[in-house]
Design a protein around this ligand. Sequence first.
Ligand code: NAP
Ligand code: FER
Length: 337
Amino acid sequence: MSNKNRQFVLVSRPEGMVREGDFDLKDSAVPEPGPGEFLLRTVYLSVDPYMRGMMSDRKSYAEPVAIGAVMTGQVVGVVEKSNHDRFKEGEIVVAATGWQEYSVCDGTDCRKVNPDYGPISTSLHVLGMPGLTAYFGLLRICQPEAGQTVVVSGAAGAVGSTVGQIAKIMDCRAVGIAGSKEKTDWITGDLGFAAAVNYRDESSIYRSLKQHCPDGVHAYFDNVGGPITDAVFPLLAVGGRVAVCGQISQYNMDEAPTGPRLLWHLIVKRATLQGFLIFDFAKHYREGLIQLSEWVSSGRVKYRESIADGFEKAPGALVGLFQGDNIGKQLVKVSDL
Ligand code: NAP
Ligand code: FER
């Protein structure tokens, strides 16, 4: 075990696009767990779009990261030393300890992971927060019915790739929108989406989507917002449901663009638009995780990971999310299990 703990601290609040230089790599000593605490060694850390919001000085569901503080985020790691009665040495734990190689936890917001159920990295995506977001956002907000068409944007990402596969399990047609041919090939191939649109390669996302959705869009799971969402609204079916999960196309904008302006379509289609936060479903996480684990072990839900190798890669991996570098879940591998 090393006696040095590397941490990424936030040094500036980004204007526009997040930059690697907004973080500084700092060395400190590996902390000692006190009574009722344990020491966690990070194996993987999660890189998520919401982190851009935490870097801004704007109050949201959580306090922004303070300048000079360790960047927040979930990690999965192994307990190295323990004075805790529930978390024992050698156990695998998911915790929100942020971008650092070691951390001391008292068990708050910590979840044990059974490594027999699959690679521990999945606890940060398909069997963790993004998977649950897909599960509850689709089933509770979009409420898909058999035979309907479900469109998802950000379709080759951690949340979106899971949404399309669950839609398929619900006997719906899943149509995905994503930003490269490799991504659209993956979701229509391995993942079984009925169709996909590569938005970077289309002169009209609307026209291409219209071809793939001849009966209209019964449910739209929106991860991105902006022009992609503008293209979907006119295609909503009567009684359509829109789950607003993410608006990544706007996270790096300093000024909020005006709009949406296409709400007229919601009148004509008597459609509903509902935003949600995964934390609203916290009471039901167990149900979601049990179902998702079953689907993953039976091969009905597949996943992919983009793994940046080495703790020092974390800031670059975050920048990459906003350039579409990842396929499936973006992770950073920090140490060996
Ligand atoms: P992800 O989809 O794995 O990664 C982000 C992806 O967004 C990129 O790979 C990129 O793919 C796409 N993207 C980036 N900039 C874009 C732009 N300007 N226009 C269109 N697409 C763009 O990330 P994730 O963790 O699964 O999260 C997906 C969305 O869900 C995010 O908006 C996130 O904030 C949201 N989310 C919400 C909740 C909640 O509780 N409401 C929880 C988790 C996640 P392309 O190559 O396709 O562009
Ligand atoms: C996310 C986007 C936004 C997310 C949470 C939020 C957990 C919450 C934002 C806010 O409260 O302002 O991807 O994931």
